[in-house]
Structure formats: C-alpha cells, structure tokens
Design a protein around this ligand. Structure first.
Ligand code: CP
Length: 315
C-alpha cells in the first residue's frame, strides 16, 4: 500500500504532490462508501481518535467526527469551553492526560498558529491540524481542491485559474489553498481590499488583483472567504456596505461576466456580505458539495495516518 510522506498532517506545505494524489484517490473510494446504504467500514476498528477543539467549529468538528465513525474508530470529543483548560491546564498537559487513555490520533483546532506542530513535538500520537489561527487549515484545502476537480470534471487542476476573494489576511483557508493549488499546478489569484491582503503575498507566486470584476472574469473558480470580524482589531475597510459594493458577489455581478466561475465558500457564510443568498444557493455554487466531500477527505487522511502507525489494523 502507498503511504504518506509525513507522520502528521500539520499543513499542506509539508505534503508532496504524490501525497495529494494519494489522499484524493483514497477519498474517491471513501466517497463511494459514504453513498452506499451501509456507510460504515471497519478500517479504523480499535483505533481511538480524540477531537480537541479549543476554538469554535461546526463543519470541521462534525465532519471529522462523522469520518471517524464511518471508519469505525472509537471517538472522544473535547471542547475547551467545558474543560480544565479554564482552570489553567496547559495544552501539553491536557493532551498527555488524554493520551494516557490510549489515544492514537489527535485532531486539533486551536487559535495559536503552530499549535499542531508544537503538539507533534511533544506527544506520541499522529496529529491532524484542523485549523491553527491564521496559519493553515489543510483538510479544508484538500476538500476544496477535491471539489474543484469534481465540479470541473477533471482528475487534475493543471492550468485551472482559481481566484481567492475577500479577507486573505486573517485566513488559514487562503494559505492552505495557495499551497495546495500550486502543488497541483493551478494558477492562483487573490482579490480583496489592499488592507486585507498581506504585504508579501506576491512572493508566494500568486497574482494580486484589487478589482473583483477583473478577478471573476479571469477565474474558472472563485473561492469566496468570510470577513473574519472576530480577528479584526482595526477597521480594515470604511464600512460593511462599501465592502459589499466592492467585494460582495450577487447575481447581478455574475450576470455581467462573459462566463460564470464555479462559486465556492468554506463556511460559515456571512450571507449578504461576501455572497448574496441567490448566489450561495444557486446552480453555480458547490458549497454543500464541499461539505459532503469534507467527510470523504477526512476519512482518507485519518485512514492514511493510522495506517502508518498501526499497519496491521488497516488493509
Ligand atoms: N470551514 C470551516 O472550518 O468551518 P468551521 O469553522 O465551522 O469548522
């Protein structure tokens, strides 16, 4: 069996194009499984996974939990809000206490960039980064690329033009998508107000465009990002109505294009801000397909990481 080149999934930056291919091929098989009447396989029987969420999540947390259950893993869930973290316990102490209960894999979401890497250096378990601050969100980028391939009817993304639009500065999804799409041979453009585009982003080899109509006319796919009000300690644009006028996508804007791109959003959506409801719910949007594909991608990642730790469990 092929294996990943890494013992943890900390970021897309660490993966090779062969890793990406292996994850997509494995996810294709699991997508077929989760569309059967009996959606469960015994691949991770006797493997225990801890989902540690130190930051809010709906999609990622539920998607990992469902992926683990579809693979027949034993699952424990931890949410910082109801834990002894509130009494001052450190991340490493928290995780070591959980590992003492014989946990094999840890899925971690944390507000600190590098938290998943830090954990991987201090505990004996495979770590999956489910989002670390504004750094990386690797499974989101994997499910996004998988969904693009599916929507475009292609088995690769070579030469595909992807515009990432909105609050790039605070977005872990943007960075993981840039790394993933470039490794797959896609062209990437970022579009947003200058204040929400990191100064040195062009050094990553992406195009930078401030005009949304130009970006959408260029793109095969537009991945719309949420304005992350909760991470903004400064006013990055004059007002929300002005942001919407310049960077919001509604049907009228799409209908002026010579060709409408595939519309994506990682969620949660600020409806009426980055996307109007008539676009979010339109035939051009693949937002719910992204969510469905998230389960198959996370099953693939967990399966491949578990196979490295305990090859006798998976075959
Ligand atoms: N896309 C995403 O990470 O959503 P959640 O914050 O709800 O997990």
């Amino acid at each position: 069996m092929s294996t990943l080149s890494v013992p943890h999934l900390l970021g897309i930056k660490d993966l090779t194009p062969e890793d990406l291919d292996l994850i997509f091929k494995t996810a294709e098989q699991f997508k077929e499984v989760i569309n059967r009447p009996i959606k469960k396989v015994p691949s991770l029987r006797d493997i225990t996974v801890a989902n540690l969420f130190f930051e809010n999540s709906t999609r990622t947390r539920l998607s990992f939990e469902l992926a683990e259950k579809r693979l027949s893993a034993d699952v424990v869930n931890f949410s910082a809000a109801q834990s002894s973290v509130k009494k001052g316990e450190t991340l490493v102490d928290t995780v070591n206490n959980i590992l003492a209960m014989k946990v094999d894999l840890v899925v971690l979401r944390h507000s600190a960039p590098g938290a998943a890497y830090f954990l991987s250096q201090h505990v004996d378990a495979s770590i999956v980064n489910a989002g670390d601050g504004a750094h990386e969100h690797p499974t989101q980028a994997l499910l996004d690329a998988f969904s693009m391939r599916e929507a475009l009817g292609r088995d690769n993304l070579k030469g595909v033009k992807v515009a990432i639009v909105g609050d790039i500065l605070h977005s872990r999804v943007a960075l993981s998508n840039i790394f993933c799409l470039q490794k797959l041979g896609a062209e990437v453009l970022v579009c947003g107000p200058n204040t929400l585009i990191p100064k040195h982003l062009h050094e990553l080899g992406v195009l930078v465009e401030s005009d949304l109509n130009t970006a959408l006319e260029w793109a095969d796919v537009a991945n719309m990002l949420r304005v992350q009000h909760e991470r903004m300690d400064l006013p990055y644009f004059p007002s929300l109505p002005e942001y919407i006028a310049q960077y919001g996508v509604d049907r009228k804007r799409l209908e002026q294009l010579s060709r409408i791109p595939v519309i994506m959003h990682p969620g949660p959506i600020n409806r009426g801000v980055e996307l109007s409801s008539d676009v979010a719910d339109s035939e051009h949007s693949i937002i719910l397909q992204q969510v469905e594909n998230g389960v198959a991608i996370r099953m693939a990642v967990l399966y491949l990481l578990a196979a490295q730790r305990t090859p006798h469990y998976t075959s």
